[in-house]
Design a protein around this ligand. Structure first.
Ligand code: AMP
Ligand code: ZN
Length: 493
C-alpha cells in the first residue's frame, strides 16, 4: 500500500482557479516541471522563496510514495530584458559588464545558484536541463509550428501567430484571464513589432545581429531561441506532451506560461499541463523583491549579516522556516521583526524535537496521536498548507511539554508514532535542519583537527618527521590546510 492511496491531495490549479483533487496521468508517477533561474546574476531571496516552495511540494509528493520526475531547467540563453530589445540579451549585457564570455557568466551564476540552494537544503531536481543544450529540439518545434500554420518567419525571426491560434478556437489568455482585444490594445511598441503580423505575437526564434555573440545556425539564419519555447522543448522532451504539474513564480503566468500553453496546444492539440501552480512573491518594504529595482537582499548577505536591513545574521534553516510559515500562494513581506519571531519559533520547535527523544512512555495514552498525525497530513493535502502544518507541529510541542511535566502520557507505540511523524514533517517534508546539530558537528570537527595538530607537534618534538608530514599531507588531501606560525599551528578548512 502506497501512502498516496490513503491521502487525498488537493492542488490549487491556477488554470481553473480551483482546488482540485490531484490525479496523475500515470498512476503512482508524477511529472513536475519548474521554471529555473535565468543565470545572469546572483539569485536573490525572492527567487529562493519560489524554488523553496516547489522543493516543499517535491518533498511532500515524494513522501506520499509517488515516483517523481522533477525537471528544473537552467535558462542560459534567450531571456531578454523587459523591453524585448535583442540588444538587451541579459547574458550578452552581463558578459560585457563583467568582461567575461557569456558561458562564463552562465557558469559563475549557476554555481552560485547551486551553492545557495544547497545551503537552504533544497533537493536537486532529477533532471536539470539547460536551454542551450536543447537548441535542436527548439528548432524542431518551431519548424512544426510553421508547417501547421501557427508560426511565420519574418526577417530571419520566427513568431507565433496569436490571432491564427484563436481563429482555430484555441484560447490565448486562458491562464492569465486576458482577452485578445485587450492584449492587442495594451501591447507596447517593442522591438520587432514591425516584423510581426500582430502586436500580441511572440518570438519563437530571434535573428542575431552580427554583433550578437550567443548565436546558433537555424533554417532561418543565425539566431537564438525565444525564452518561452525553451521550457516547452525541455518539458516535452522529458515529461511528454501532457504532464502533471508545472510551477513557477506568479510573475511568470503571463506571458511566459500563457505562451507555453499556446505552444503546447498548437503542437500537440491538447493542453500540455494538468495542474498549473504559481508561487507568490517575496516582498521587502511591501515592494516585490527584484534585481532590477534594487529592492533585494542576497541570501549570503542574510546568512552573514552583511546588510543594512536585518539587525543580525540568520541561519538558512531559520529563513526556510520563516518562508514556510506563509502559504506558498500568499505574499510574504520579509522584515527584521518577522525573522526574529521565526527564529524564536524555530528554536522552540528544535528544542522540542530533541526533548522528544528523552521522553518516557506509559501504560496508556491520554492524547490522540493518530488523529494529530492525520491533521498534519490534512494540512499538506489541502494545497500544501505549510502554515497550518506548522501550527500542528506546535501542537506537538505542547504535547511534548505536557508529557515532560507528567500531565499527559503516551504508550510506547504512540510515542514512536509521534517521534516518526514529527521528524518526518520537520526534516523530510519541510526540509528544516537542526542548526545546533550542524554547529555541534563543526565543533567536533575542529576538536578532531586540534587533536591531530597536538599529535603532530608531539611527533615533531620526537623528531618523527615521517609521522608529522603524514598528518599534514593527509589533512591537506582532505582540503584542510595547516599553517605553522609564531603562535603555533592554525588551520583552514
Ligand atoms: P528568474 O531568474 O528571473 O527567471 O526568476 C526565477 C524565479 O524566481 C521565477 O520563478 C520567478 O517567478 C521567481 N521570482 C522572481 N522574483 C520573485 C520574488 N520577489 N518573490 C518570489 N519569487 C520570485
Ligand atoms: Zn519556463
Amino acid at each position: 500500500m502506497q501512502l498516496y492511496q490513503n491521502q487525498t491531495l488537493k492542488i490549487y490549479n491556477s488554470l481553473t482557479g480551483e482546488k482540485e483533487l490531484f490525479k496523475p496521468v500515470h498512476e503512482g508517477h508524477i511529472g513536475m516541471y519548474v521554471c529555473g533561474p535565468t543565470v545572469y546574476s546572483n539569485v536573490h531571496l525572492g527567487n529562493c522563496r519560489t524554488f523553496m516552495s516547489f522543493d516543499m511540494v517535491y518533498r511532500y509528493i515524494k513522501h506520499l510514495d509517488y515516483k517523481v520526475r522533477y525537471i528544473r531547467n537552467i535558462t542560459d540563453a534567450g531571456h531578454l530584458t523587459d523591453d524585448g530589445n535583442v540588444e538587451n540579451d541579459r547574458f550578452v549585457k552581463q558578459s560585457r559588464l563583467e568582461k567575461l564570455e557569456p558561458m562564463e557568466v552562465v557558469q559563475k551564476y549557476t554555481v552560485d545558484f547551486h551553492r545557495v540552494l544547497q545551503l537552504f537544503n533544497l533537493l536537486p531536481p532529477t533532471i536539470e536541463p539547460t536551454a542551450t543544450g536543447h537548441i535542436i529540439e527548439q528548432i524542431e518545434i518551431t519548424q512544426k509550428l510553421i508547417e501547421t500554420g501557427f508560426a511565420y518567419e519574418s526577417n530571419g525571426s520566427v513568431y507565433f501567430d496569436v490571432l491564427e491560434y484563436n481563429k482555430r478556437g484555441l484560447n490565448y489568455g486562458e491562464l492569465s484571464n486576458r482577452n485578445i482585444d485587450e492584449l492587442l490594445a495594451n501591447t507596447r511598441d517593442l522591438d520587432g513589432q514591425d516584423e510581426k503580423r500582430n502586436a500580441a505575437d511572440f518570438a519563437l526564434w530571434k535573428k542575431a545581429s552580427p554583433a550578437h555573440i550567443m548565436r546558433w545556425t537555424s533554417p532561418w539564419g543565425d539566431g537564438f531561441p525565444g525564452w518561452h519555447l525553451e521550457c516547452t522543448a525541455m518539458s516535452t522532451k522529458y515529461l511528454g506532451q501532457n504532464f502533471d504539474i508545472h510551477g513557477g513564480g506568479m510573475d511568470l503566468k503571463f506571458p511566459h506560461h500563457e505562451c507555453e500553453i499556446a505552444q503546447g496546444k498548437a503542437c500537440n492539440s491538447h493542453s500540455p499541463v494538468n495542474y498549473w501552480m504559481h508561487a507568490n512573491m517575496l516582498t521587502m518594504n511591501s515592494q516585490r523583491m527584484s534585481k532590477s529595482t534594487g529592492n533585494y537582499i542576497l541570501p549570503m548577505e542574510l546568512f552573514d549579516g552583511n546588510n543594512d536591513f536585518f539587525e543580525k545574521p540568520f541561519h538558512p534553516s531559520v529563513v526556510r522556516f520563516c518562508f514556510l510559515q506563509a502559504h506558498y500562494r500568499s505574499i510574504l513581506d520579509i522584515s527584521n521583526e518577522g525573522m526574529l519571531a521565526s527564529e524564536k519559533g524555530y528554536n522552540r520547535l528544535m528544542e522540542a524535537v530533541s526533548d522528544l527523544n528523552k521522553l518516557n512512555s506509559a501504560n496508556q495514552s491520554t492524547i490522540d496521536i493518530k488523529g494529530w498525525q492525520q491533521s498534519c497530513y490534512d494540512a499538506m493535502n489541502d494545497d500544501f498548507n505549510t502554515p497550518i502544518l506548522i501550527a500542528q507541529l506546535f501542537e506537538a510541542v505542547r504535547y511534548i511539554n505536557l508529557i515532560k511535566e507528567a500531565k499527559e502520557s503516551l504508550t510506547t507505540e504512540d510515542l514512536d508514532t509521534l517521534k516518526t511523524a514529527l521528524n518526518t514533517f520537520v526534516f523530510d517534508i519541510l526540509g528544516l535542519q537542526d542548526k545546533n546539530e550542524a554547529s555541534s558537528n563543526n565543533d567536533k570537527l575542529e576538536g578532531v583537527i586540534n587533536m591531530l595538530i597536538t599529535m603532530r607537534n608531539e611527533a615533531r618534538a620526537n623528531k618523527n618527521w615521517a609521522l608529522s608530514d603524514e598528518i599534514r599531507d593527509k589533512l591537506n588531501d582532505l582540503g584542510i590546510l595547516l599553517k605553522d606560525g609564531k603562535d603555533g599551528t592554525t588551520f583552514t578548512l
